[in-house]
Each structure stands twice: as structure tokens, then as C-alpha cells.
Design a binder for this molecule. Structure first.
Ligand SMILES: Nc1ncnc2c1ncn2[C@@H]1O[C@H](COP(=O)(O)OP(=O)(O)O)[C@@H](O)[C@H]1O
Ligand SMILES: N[C@@H](CCC(=O)OP(=O)(O)O)C(=O)O
Length: 367
């Protein structure tokens, strides 16, 4: 494994490393991770840390028998300061708290702000520590797990490597906590259905998502050209091996032809707020040379969205064609789609412009 080209890395730590007993934070396992971060920085590698654990860290402060959503959010709020304080005391350089939601990452302006803030922090020698802002998120606004969040952050940071530190040595051919004969997969060159099929849920009471969300994260990161690892964060050996250019867990090979930055954001970070169902003959070849979507090709508009939101363009049979930024609201597009005279829609568009923003289209593989 060649790590000599790494200039920027993202390290993600699971809850079990921060609050293993769900009884407040412990620096027991964090010490070797902090040491690894220090060694990377000494080598001139910029580091961003994505740390889970706010809910697990805050749990011991609450007596409620039932963990309602409100209690979990309160745990996250209280645990976040405890978690930040625990990390902060391990470093003799400054750290910065960056709390995000999916609503921030999928909005291009906010995304650019996140990017420039993280860049500015690392350029000034400060370690950004990122987590989802669990206190304020709703189902619609959240990423939901820090594996996917770390991959989105790694893409925004233009990282060379994403290191996901978990409570197991890597991805096994079956859950090692349930099967004694499970075998570690050291290399994954292609993330397909067979890889998703072996990824099970979390068994511990503190983890979210298990291996499935780690595979999703690996898919996102490798398609941005990022070396991705799942390693055992409980043992210092993992970090020593990484520093020696050895693979301590599972290495997911980056795509030889990564997506462009914008294409990646449209495909893996934004989420479609609605759907445009188009005529079967409508096609899009590539981002630059595509047939513009006209009112005549538009059959149906699904969902509610505003100007600037991302929409999924698909055929009636479900074939996904593209994700794109809509220049129209769902309300106006429904009106256009309902017009029986196609000339009316075309005339209308001549004055109001193209339906899809030409610079914000990501063609999807047929599925
Ligand atoms: N194929 C698999 N290989 C490894 N671990 C698996 C697999 N399937 C399910 N798991 C579970 O995923 C867990 C890691 O995910 P999770 O608990 O969410 O950790 P983290 O807090 O590090 O994100 C493992 O402890 C294991 O129980
Ligand atoms: N944002 C949550 C973590 C969610 C999560 O993905 O946890 P984990 O599976 O332990 O990485 C928290 O800080 O508790």
C-alpha cells in the first residue's frame, strides 16, 4: 500500500472508542488515535477528525427510563461538550468544533462555506473535529450516521485517504461478533451487491449503522479517488501499520477514474427533493452534450421542491437518468407538464430559461 502521496486525510472514530462503557468519555482508546494524528501532522499531512460519541458520552447524565428522541438530543448536546473536551486535552494544538447536518452539505453555498472553513482551520494548524448536529436535526435534514458523513467531509476536504476506526479489524465475510469462522477481507477492489450483502448491522448498543454505512461511505469516498480503510481503533498496531504504509484492516481501492468534484457532490452528497418523470425517448448522453429537458418531454412532477433544489430525472419504468438542479419550483413545473399544447410550454420556457441548470447535472448509471 502506497501512502507517500497522502497530503490530506480524514479519520472517523466510532462511538465505542469514545464512550466504550456508555459511562462518559474515556481517553483510553483515544490516546493512540491522537498520537497517530500528531505523527501525521509531523509528516505534513493535514488531518480532519470526524468523531461520533456525543450521544454515548452524554448518556450517563440522564435518568430517563425511556430514551425518547428528545432525551437522545439532550444527550447529544451534553455529550458533545464532554467529547470535545476529552479530545482537546489530548493535543497541544487548538481544535475546532464543526457541527453539520445534511441540509448544510446538500446546499451548494453552505457546502462551499464548510469547505473553506475546514481549509482555513487546517491551514492555521487547527484540528477540525466534525460531528452531525444531532440536537437540531430531523429525519429529513440528517445524514444519520457518521460513516457517510465522514465520506462527504472527505470529498469536501479533497482528502487522499479516509480511515474509519471501528471496533472490529475491518470488513469480514460475515459479522465476526456472530460467527467465529468469519474471515477478514483485506482488499476490496469493487463495491458491488455482494459486498453489501455481507455487511450487517451494528451489534453494540452504541454504534449506528454497522458495516452497511461503512460500505456506503467507502463507495462514496473511493468514487472521489480516496483510499478508504476500515481499521480497528482499539489497537495502536493499526495506526503504526498505517504509518508504515501497511494495511491493518480492509482497504477499499479508489476508482481509477474518479468522478469530478461537482459530479461527485451531485451524485453522493445532495439528495433529490423531487422527481421529474420524462418521456421514454428522452435521453442524456453526458453532462456537456445532452438534450435539454423541455416541457414537451416532461410527463409528471413528483414531490415538492423549490428553485435550486436537486431533482431526480427518471423514466416511467423507474430508470434513473440524472440528478440535476432545477431552475423551476415543483409548482411551476407541474403547471408546464399539465399543458396539453406543447408549444405553450416551449414558448413559456423561451422567456424563463432551461428547466435544469446546465452546470449542475450528474448523469446516473442506468439502474
Ligand atoms: N461483515 C461484517 N464485518 C465486520 N463487522 C460487521 C459485519 N457485519 C456487521 N458488523 C458489525 O458492525 C459493527 C461495527 O459497526 P458499528 O457498531 O456501527 O461501529 P462504529 O461505532 O465503529 O461505527 C461490528 O462491531 C459488527 O458487529
Ligand atoms: N452523531 C452521533 C453518532 C452517530 C454514529 O454514526 O455513530 P457511530 O456508528 O458510532 O459512528 C453521535 O455523536 O452520537
Amino acid at each position: 500500500m502506497d501512502n507517500t502521496h497522502w497530503k490530506r486525510i480524514v479519520i472517523k472514530c466510532g462511538s465505542a472508542l469514545i464512550a466504550p462503557e456508555k459511562n462518559g468519555c474515556s481517553s483510553h482508546y483515544l490516546l493512540s488515535i491522537a498520537h497517530f494524528i500528531l505523527r501525521c501532522r509531523e509528516r505534513g499531512i493535514d488531518v480532519v477528525l470526524v468523531s461520533s460519541g456525543s450521544v454515548a458520552a452524554g448518556a450517563h447524565l440522564f435518568n430517563e427510563e425511556e430514551q425518547t428522541l428528545a432525551v437522545k438530543k439532550a444527550m447529544a448536546a451534553a455529550g458533545q461538550t464532554e467529547m470535545m473536551a476529552t479530545w482537546d486535552k489530548l493535543f497541544d494544538f487548538a481544535t475546532a468544533q464543526v457541527l453539520l447536518t445534511h441540509a448544510d452539505l446538500r446546499n451548494r453555498d453552505r457546502y462551499e462555506n464548510i469547505r473553506s472553513t475546514i481549509d482555513t482551520l487546517v491551514n492555521n494548524g487547527i484540528l477540525p473535529i466534525v460531528n452531525e448536529n444531532d440536537t437540531i436535526t430531523t429525519d429529513k435534514l440528517k445524514v444519520g450516521d457518521n460513516d457517510n458523513l465522514s465520506a462527504m467531509v472527505a470529498a469536501a476536504f479533497d482528502a487522499d485517504a479516509l480511515i474509519i476506526c471501528s471496533d472490529v479489524d475491518g470488513l469480514y465475510d460475515k459479522n465476526p461478533h456472530k460467527h467465529d469462522d468469519a474471515k477478514l477481507l483485506s482488499w476490496v477492489t469493487n463495491i458491488d451487491e455482494s459486498i453489501y450483502a455481507i455487511a450487517g448491522d451494528a451489534v453494540s448498543s452504541v454504534g449506528t449503522g454497522g458495516m452497511k454505512t461503512k460500505i456506503q461511505a467507502a463507495e462514496k469516498a473511493t468514487s472521489h479517488g480516496i483510499d478508504t480503510f476500515i481499521v480497528n481503533g482499539f489497537t495502536e498496531l493499526s495506526f503504526n501499520q498505517l504509518l508504515q504504509g501497511k494495511n491493518p484492516g480492509t482497504h477499499f481501492q479508489p476508482l481509477a477514474k474518479p468522478l469530478s468534484d461537482h459530479q461527485h457532490w451531485m451524485t453522493h452528497t445532495t439528495r433529490a427533493q423531487g422527481e421529474l418523470v420524462v418521456e421514454d425517448h428522452f435521453d442524456m448522453q453526458d453532462e456537456e452534450h445532452n438534450e435539454p429537458l423541455t416541457g414537451a418531454a416532461l410527463k409528471e412532477v413528483k414531490g415538492q421542491f423549490n428553485v435550486g433544489d436537486t431533482v431526480l430525472v427518471r423514466k416511467d419504468d423507474g430508470t434513473k437518468i440524472a440528478k440535476a438542479r432545477s431552475n423551476y419550483s415543483s409548482c411551476l413545473l407541474s403547471f408546464i407538464a399539465e399543458q396539453e399544447n406543447p408549444e405553450y410550454a416551449d414558448e413559456f420556457q423561451k422567456t424563463t430559461g432551461p428547466i435544469l441548470s446546465e452546470n449542475n447535472i450528474a448523469i446516473l448509471e442506468e439502474s
